[in-house]
Design a protein around this ligand. Structure first.
Ligand SMILES: Cc1ncc(COP(=O)(O)O)c(C=O)c1O
Length: 394
């Protein structure tokens, strides 16, 4: 059983439905904290659900097989998964990290990990010379998001992994925006891949979850240790929701991409209202080729900068169908202003430095009819467009 879509539906295989002796077509929800021992000297694979739960195990096997990985781990959130990966490091270690990362990761690094004496250097991961020159004798890893947030620029997993291997450090990729359907980063050379399964993998805005995969045995042992010792594991009901979401991942993502293409065509026509559109493959530089070579598709998130003649707050307050909300990758379309919402964790100077202005809008295109989304955006532009002096004098 090798097809990607078959794996979405069945995980590692039909007989991976554990001790399902009822014929149920879904993996059972094992709502049990503890498991009886047959006798005091016997060995139990399952003994306590923080250590291992069969429903979680199904999901962990499933994400591993979708990523072509040996080991998968499920955590209580994408942030818990990122934290688990950072527990691989100790005081005095140095990590090279992309300057455009999820705001919560920025907060974890700056307000927590730096206090543990883990050192970070932020670089532009599209600039390979910048990445390589940041590597020091105590560097242990390079950490980045393949598609950066909110500018949707693509970093080459292959090129970064080549640098990392040359210097004997790990390549760690947060691939939340792509999922294994659009990129299998381990096969491109990454050592560890992280997903916030809250986004496309779950896909329905009804579960917070994080997943990590690796082929490295030592890393896997440490990630399991973190699950068991720190305890930030994903609860079985939440595992069920992610398992269910994953079954339709490819179908949903195909439609997200189709809808995004239609919305992009519309946004392209708004030359008076939009200064710039950010979407993979449209940067107009060498990263477009990386996108074509390393990604199977570009997902449903579009960022654009409004012209000064559009009031950004009025614009995002106006949609009647699209929700004003953070997050992405769900069936419903979501719109937000990164400056005030997802990236508010970044100090103002940092936001200015990377170009996150109050005019920047991030749109996660959902599965509604694209014509309805376009009509909703059109009426939002009409409400938010500032009148010129001549127009207001009329
Ligand atoms: C790229 C990325 N990584 C990680 C996270 C954190 O995931 P979670 O919200 O599941 O903790 C997010 C959340 O928005 C994200 O966008």
């Amino acid at each position: 059983m090798t097809g990607f879509n078959t794996k979405l539906v069945y995980g590692k295989g039909l007989n991976n439905l554990h001790d399902n002796c009822t014929g149920a077509v879904n993996v059972p929800l094992y709502q049990s904290t503890t498991y009886a021992f047959k006798d005091i000297d016997g060995e139990n694979k399952y003994d306590y659900s923080r250590s291992l739960n069969p429903t979680r195990e199904y999901l962990e096997d499933q994400i591993a097989c979708l990523e072509d990985a040996k080991h998968g781990f499920a955590y209580a959130s994408g942030s818990a998964a990122i934290h688990a990966v950072f527990t691989l490091f100790k005081p005095g270690d140095h990590i090279v990290v992309s300057k455009n990362i999820y705001g919560g990761t920025f907060r974890l690094i700056n307000d927590y990990l730096k206090n543990l004496d883990i050192e970070f250097t932020q670089v532009d991961t599209q600039d390979l010379a910048d990445v390589e020159s940041a590597i020091k004798p105590n560097t242990k890893a390079i950490y980045f998001e393949t598609i950066d947030n909110p500018f949707m620029k693509v970093t080459s997993v292959k090129h970064i992994a080549e640098i990392a291997h040359k210097h004997g450090v790990f390549t760690i990729v947060d691939n939340t925006f792509l999922t294994p359907y659009l990129q299998q980063a381990l096969n491109l050379g990454a050592d560890i891949v992280i997903h916030s399964a809250t986004k496309y993998l779950g896909g329905h805005s009804d579960v917070i979850a994080g997943l990590v995969v690796t082929n490295n045995e030592e890393v896997a042992d440490k990630l399991y240790f973190c699950q068991n010792a720190v305890g930030g594991i994903l609860a079985p009901e939440d595992c069920m929701l992610v398992i269910r979401g994953i079954k339709t991942l490819s179908v949903r993502l195909d439609r997200h991409i189709q809808n995004a293409e239609k919305v992009l065509q519309y946004l392209d026509s708004k030359t008076d209202e939009i200064k710039h559109i950010y979407y993979p493959g449209r940067a107009g530089d060498e990263t477009d080729e990386i996108a074509r070579n390393e990604l199977k598709g570009y997902g449903g998130v579009i960022t654009f900068e409004l012209s000064d003649n559009v009031d950004p707050k009025a614009f995002v307050n106006s949609p009647e169908l699209i929700w004003l909300a953070v997050s992405l990758g769900s069936v419903e379309s979501l719109i937000e202003l990164p400056y005030y919402m997802t990236h508010a964790e970044l100090p103002v100077e940092e936001r200015n430095k990377v170009g996150i202005t109050p005019q920047l809008v991030r749109l996660s295109v959902g599965l509604e009819d694209p014509e309805d989304l376009i009509a909703d955006l059109e009426q939002a532009f009409a409400k938010a467009k500032k009148l010129t002096a001549v127009e207001s004098a009329k």
